[in-house]
Design a protein around this ligand. Sequence first.
Ligand SMILES: Cc1ncc(COP(=O)(O)O)c(C=O)c1O
Length: 387
Amino acid sequence: MSSDIPRTFAEARELFPHTAHSVYFNSASYGPFNTRLQQAIEDNIQLRLECKQDDSHDAFINMDELRGDYASLIGAEKRQVGIGLNTTFGLNIAAFGLPLKEGDEVLVSDIEFPSLVYVFRAAAETRGIVMKKVESTDRRLDIAKLEQAITPRTRMLAISWVQFFNGYKNDLKRLSDICRAHDMYFVVDGIQGMGVEPIDVVDLDIDLFSSGCQKWMLSPQGCGFFYVSDRIFEQIRPPFMSWLGVDWGMNFSDLFYWDKPYFETARKLEMGYYAILNLLGMKASVEIFKSLGIDKIQKHTHGLIDRLAAYLNDSSFYTITSSLEEKHRSSILTFTCKDHELLQKRLVKDGIVLVHREGSIRVSIHLFNNEADVDTLIAKLRENAGE
Ligand SMILES: Cc1ncc(COP(=O)(O)O)c(C=O)c1O
């Protein structure tokens, strides 16, 4: 079983056993496991089965490294990053922790994934904020309509970086400029871009960035991280608190203190003991991203998407429903055709794993995919089109 840190895409592919029998284009739903992750989790289970020593402090060291790893991938500093459970975790910090008053408006696009919608719906119900829907055009965020929706009561824009159903990548620079011009918090659900599209959250002046790692970051479900800008850190009144949000100086043998200082870092907003098996898996996977580099991963995935798009564009049977505009393209390509749901089922039966969303077949292309995977799909699409 290979678990070395890969230096090339071919080496990385070898870490994914599924590549021997299936073509997986479904990382936008759930990323496949790799043998590095497997090894890390199994090693820890073995350690805990043997229990030869007190290893309870190892979790803190691992967490600290993980915060640093994720910070380095998004252009942040370790102190600005906390480890959460999923995307929703960080969105809740924004919805319930920031100083929003009754009647304050939060803009949310009408094509958002429900995780964002329901967090802000609950904030509307309990805090009296107003979640304002921004109408999309052609299933893309409409910047003009977004600007028209802004009033003096608008305090926040909460938005996905990449739209889950068509891969449309929002122009975060443009949105950030709008937020700054209107003194609005800028909150980003990063899960559909994280790991495959480069980002610098500091440069983009994002206030809160949250991402689960179960998809493109190739980690178990129940793993995620969040970034909090320096500007908003002091403004946040934590909607929840944990005994590990305060600084014990790693001394856990003297615990009857009620006045320990909170951490002055994003760690303050984490939640109690860690799901360490998941996090060890996450840590094993993040090394793959650090080694290959997200710039190179993006080049790899976009190159493969170009290969598929070239065929789809040539075919009169299929219609691409994603944007391929440089600024808005991502590692998701969607297309549609007659009986697309039937076709999706047939592809899965043939060992090509992908899903359909909102009227299109969604192809999520990742670092372990290669040209042969794309060609296998194209061959099946040709067959389906009777070419
Ligand atoms: C854009 C987007 N946000 C969030 C999620 C999931 O949220 P969470 O990680 O909190 O489960 C998904 C998909 O499951 C998604 O596509």
